[in-house]
Design a protein around this ligand. Sequence first.
Ligand SMILES: *[C@@H]1O[C@H](CO)[C@@H](O)[C@H](O)[C@H]1NC(C)=O
Ligand SMILES: *[C@@H]1O[C@H](CO)[C@@H](O)[C@H](O)[C@H]1NC(C)=O
Ligand SMILES: *[C@@H]1O[C@H](CO)[C@@H](O)[C@H](O)[C@H]1NC(C)=O
Ligand SMILES: *[C@@H]1O[C@H](CO)[C@@H](O)[C@H](O)[C@H]1NC(C)=O
Ligand SMILES: *[C@@H]1O[C@H](CO)[C@@H](O)[C@H](O)[C@H]1NC(C)=O
Ligand SMILES: *[C@@H]1O[C@H](CO)[C@@H](O)[C@H](O)[C@H]1NC(C)=O
Ligand SMILES: *[C@@H]1O[C@H](CO)[C@@H](O)[C@H](O)[C@H]1NC(C)=O
Ligand SMILES: *[C@@H]1O[C@H](CO)[C@@H](O)[C@H](O)[C@H]1NC(C)=O
Ligand SMILES: *[C@@H]1O[C@H](CO)[C@@H](O)[C@H](O)[C@H]1NC(C)=O
Ligand SMILES: *[C@@H]1O[C@H](CO)[C@@H](O)[C@H](O)[C@H]1NC(C)=O
Ligand SMILES: *[C@@H]1O[C@H](CO)[C@@H](O)[C@H](O)[C@H]1NC(C)=O
Ligand SMILES: *[C@@H]1O[C@H](CO)[C@@H](O)[C@H](O)[C@H]1NC(C)=O
Length: 415
Amino acid sequence: MMSVFSGFSLLFLLPLCFASLAVGATLPEDEVQALRDIAHTIGKKNWNYSVDPCDGKSNWNSSQKNVVTCNCSFVNHTCHVVSIILKEQNLSGIISADLVRLPYLQQIDFTRNYLNGTIPKQLGTLNLVNISFLGNRLTGPIPKELGNITTLKALVLEFNQLSGSLPLELGNLTQIEKLHLTSNNFTGELPATLARLTTLKELRIGDNQFSGAIPNFIQSWINLEILVMQGSGLSGPIPSGISILRNLTDLRVTDLNGSDSRFPQLNNMTNLLTLILRSVNIIGSLPENLGKLTNLEVLDVSYNKLTGPIPSIFGDLPHLNMLFLEGNHLTGSLPRLIDRPHYVDLSYNNLSIGNNIEELQCQRETVNLFASFSNGNSLGNVSCLSNIPCKSKLIYLGFHYRLLVIILTFEMVGF
Ligand SMILES: *[C@@H]1O[C@H](CO)[C@@H](O)[C@H](O)[C@H]1NC(C)=O
Ligand SMILES: *[C@@H]1O[C@H](CO)[C@@H](O)[C@H](O)[C@H]1NC(C)=O
Ligand SMILES: *[C@@H]1O[C@H](CO)[C@@H](O)[C@H](O)[C@H]1NC(C)=O
Ligand SMILES: *[C@@H]1O[C@H](CO)[C@@H](O)[C@H](O)[C@H]1NC(C)=O
Ligand SMILES: *[C@@H]1O[C@H](CO)[C@@H](O)[C@H](O)[C@H]1NC(C)=O
Ligand SMILES: *[C@@H]1O[C@H](CO)[C@@H](O)[C@H](O)[C@H]1NC(C)=O
Ligand SMILES: *[C@@H]1O[C@H](CO)[C@@H](O)[C@H](O)[C@H]1NC(C)=O
Ligand SMILES: *[C@@H]1O[C@H](CO)[C@@H](O)[C@H](O)[C@H]1NC(C)=O
Ligand SMILES: *[C@@H]1O[C@H](CO)[C@@H](O)[C@H](O)[C@H]1NC(C)=O
Ligand SMILES: *[C@@H]1O[C@H](CO)[C@@H](O)[C@H](O)[C@H]1NC(C)=O
Ligand SMILES: *[C@@H]1O[C@H](CO)[C@@H](O)[C@H](O)[C@H]1NC(C)=O
Ligand SMILES: *[C@@H]1O[C@H](CO)[C@@H](O)[C@H](O)[C@H]1NC(C)=O
């Protein structure tokens, strides 16, 4: 009786066992071996191959910065690696061309490691969606083969030592939304093929050594939300076609060589939160219609050749928190800027002392009026400075340092 029962239970359990094997699908051996070889090349030491990489356990998923993800819903419950995230893992190897042995890979994120060497051209054969090599030590050019990854939505190569000119083939990335190339050593002109990237939402190319003028074709990037070219090497003027880019929330252009030009027409960019046009050779006056940018939080048009008065409308921008107008030739009296903006720099202008200067200085901790006034007397006869109690401290010497901190903080947001 006893033996019959156990025989029955064994028969009963066997199919269950097979069923669970089929459901708990594992990564095929060729992809496991590919992971071993990739790990060896990039310097990833602690993956535990006795745990299935598709388990989402152990060192395959020890934090959000360290995850291998599989999709096990392919035909016959086959698993494939679709994403490798290894952020801030102190990897000091090179980017492995063996990544192509994971043919279903959609995402590679090696942000902030110490990877050196070049970007392997073989990656161009993968159907990748996201690539980030941000903050490594990569050298050499962007391989033209990457232009073949028509599935690519994000190519993030910021903060490396990449060089050479951008390949024409990048114009074939017809789904690209983020192209982040800041802080590399890229040279040459922006290729005209980039005009085809109409899906672009974010373009960051600052801190490079590009040459030539900002191209007119920037106006074809109609979906652009963020355009950052601070110290890109490109020269001005800013093409007038930029006025078409109504979806911009963040426009930052600095340090342009090239000819003088008037303030660009930005009045239709009503989504703008940050507008930085610093040292870009703008002449003429500050347009009144900047007052239409009612969402504006940061306005920096410092170090241009602006003349004329500061439009009173600036006092009405409800969210303006930082206003940097220093290093221009602005004249007239100061508009009333009562509650906002919090940070104001009007230094090095030709303003005349209006009757609300005292109010401004006494209410803000962070107002720099150094050499703001045409008579060169920026501090002398402002009574609140001599009449303690003044509500706030004015720290003139510390100001530029603090400004730097603010600007750097803003830069980091893009990280
Ligand atoms: C790898 O995983 C197995 C199974 O969970 C475990 O027994 C072993 O200790 C792990 N090895 C290391 C080095 O963590
Ligand atoms: C990684 O682990 C977390 C927490 O255990 C889990 O929610 C997530 O689904 C896992 N991710 C993968 C790719 O397995
Ligand atoms: C997994 O792959 C299958 C087959 O290609 C696909 O239909 C499914 O959307 C994928 N799942 C995820 C979460 O990407
Ligand atoms: C799925 O499994 C069936 C039955 O084992 C097999 O005939 C078929 O070839 C498999 N399909 C694929 C794509 O592996
Ligand atoms: C990377 O190295 C630093 C400094 O040695 C260490 O503090 C950190 O924990 C390491 N990170 C990882 C993920 O190993
Ligand atoms: C690509 O990155 C975006 C943003 O981080 C994320 O939402 C998306 O799921 C990623 N796509 C893939 C296929 O990994
Ligand atoms: C990469 O860095 C290693 C040291 O971490 C060095 O030995 C090697 O020469 C470097 N390779 C390149 C291509 O710079
Ligand atoms: C891009 O893909 C096409 C088709 O597979 C191939 O003929 C071409 O050589 C590839 N281009 C590059 C630059 O790899
Ligand atoms: C990619 O771009 C290059 C140069 O712009 C072009 O010659 C080539 O035909 C394009 N390739 C594909 C597959 O579209
Ligand atoms: C950057 O490029 C310039 C011009 O090609 C070159 O002189 C310089 O050495 C490069 N710098 C680095 C860090 O590669
Ligand atoms: C701009 O943004 C809106 C709202 O997010 C969106 O519907 C539109 O497609 C975007 N592009 C253009 C060109 O307006
Ligand atoms: C702003 O939009 C209005 C209405 O669509 C249009 O008439 C005007 O030309 C646009 N201005 C600029 C500078 O693009």
